[in-house]
Design a protein around this ligand. Structure first.
Ligand SMILES: NC(=O)c1ccc[n+]([C@@H]2O[C@H](COP(=O)([O-])OP(=O)(O)OC[C@H]3O[C@@H](n4cnc5c(N)ncnc54)[C@H](O)[C@@H]3O)[C@@H](O)[C@H]2O)c1
Length: 334
């Protein structure tokens, strides 16, 4: 059992706690949070429900991440802090010799990301980015079709991710563009990262977006073109009222099938082959969080690098978001 500490017990820190509790490979030995009320083992607000055991009985509790990093009973850390603190805590966790799983986006900018990559070059522990969509069973299934050519070439794809406005974060950091990068970097990066891993860096990026004063790009519609490859459209944002239910989904048109996933309908991948019919293939068990944990923990146990969610690829996704932002903020048009 790997002894793991979680730095940050806000929305996603609680999600990780509840999920890790079900793992047979790890035990949560410590948590840290600046807010004493977040160390009481109670639920906090977020845009999806955290189900499961979030009690903190028998778990060491610290009032900041630095104290947790000094705990010898912690071998691996999960950084679930506001994005603007990621770089600082990745470097501190590496200084303390811990295995590191850091929430997405890996850093607030690709420049910060490159600093981290340089500082951790040759680091002999596992260092992985928690880009959970890469591990989400329905996305994993669709990736199989793209990479395996199961239904011929991919011709076009559309991705969407929409949330209510995140008014719940610690000191309202999510609604401060300088701390979160806005919905563009915080929410939409999930799909940008998936597309980037699936198809590589696009040859051309176009994007329009709703740039809110102080809050950053809060809604985005982007289009990625690949020479001799598919056309990809990605939209995302968090400008909706509080009761708007979270939604993620995608559609892909292949030469010999169309596939669709819409979290508002169900968790299935719906496949419509060109020859007729409708299939819902069996998906891998678990969700993106449990599967990313299992991958991270197996990398530690087997002494492997975390190739499936490498920090290098996570920095490339941040850089792609920056291309979108530059496009949105440029005054040029045709
Ligand atoms: N993978 C996903 O699906 C997903 C979902 C939500 C958030 N995230 C990412 O997770 C990170 C955290 O987001 P969140 O929504 O949980 O934010 P949050 O505001 O709910 O939680 C952050 C927590 O960090 C604590 N904190 C601040 N400084 C600290 C310190 N020095 N030591 C210890 N704790 C400290 C705060 O008290 C707060 O509880 C962000 O990078 C975000 O992008 C990922």
């Amino acid at each position: 059992m790997i002894k793991i500490g979680i730095i940050g017990q806000g929305f996603i820190g609680k999600m990780h706690l509840a999920t890790l509790r079900k793992s047979s490979l790890a035990v949560v030995t410590a948590v840290a949070d600046r807010e004493p009320s977040n160390l009481e083992g109670k639920a906090v607000a977020g845009n999806i429900d955290v189900a499961g055991d979030i009690s903190l009985e028998g778990v060491a509790r610290y009032e900041d991440g630095d104290a947790l990093l000094r705990d010898p009973n912690v071998e691996a850390v999960l950084i679930a802090l506001p994005t603007y603190m990621h770089k600082e805590y990745i470097l501190k966790a590496a200084g303390a010799g811990k295995h590191i799983l850091c929430e997405k986006p890996l850093t607030l900018s690709s420049a910060e990301g490159r600093d981290v990559l340089e500082a951790l070059n040759g680091y002999d522990r596992v260092f992985m980015s928690a880009q959970c969509i890469r591990f989400w069973p329905v996305y994993v299934e669709a990736r199989k079709y793209v990479l395996g050519g199961v239904y011929g070439n991919l011709l076009s794809a559309q991705f969407t991710r929409q949330s209510c406005k995140p008014t719940w974060s610690w000191q309202n950091w999510l609604l401060d563009d300088t701390k979160s990068g806005g919905a563009l970097l915080d929410l939409h990066i999930h799909d940008v990262d998936y597309v980037n891993c699936l198809l590589g860096t696009p040859d051309q990026v176009n994007a329009i977006g709703c740039d809110m004063p102080g809050e950053g790009v809060s809604q985005v519609n982007a289009c990625f073109r690949y020479a001799n490859g598919p056309v990809v459209a990605v939209d995302g944002g968090w400008m909706h009222p509080a009761d708007f239910p979270f939604r993620m989904g995608f559609r892909m048109e292949f030469e010999q099938a169309a596939v669709e996933f819409d979290s508002r309908i169900d968790g299935n991948l719906h496949v419509y082959p060109a020859g007729g019919g409708h299939l819902t293939p069996e998906l891998l068990p678990g969700d993106g969080y449990s599967r990313e944990h299992e991958y991270f923990l197996r990398c530690i146990l087997e002494g492997k690098k975390a190739e499936e969610a490498s920090p290098e690829s996570a920095v490339a996704s941040v850089a792609l978001v920056e291309r979108e932002r530059a496009c949105i903020r440029s005054t040029a048009g045709a």
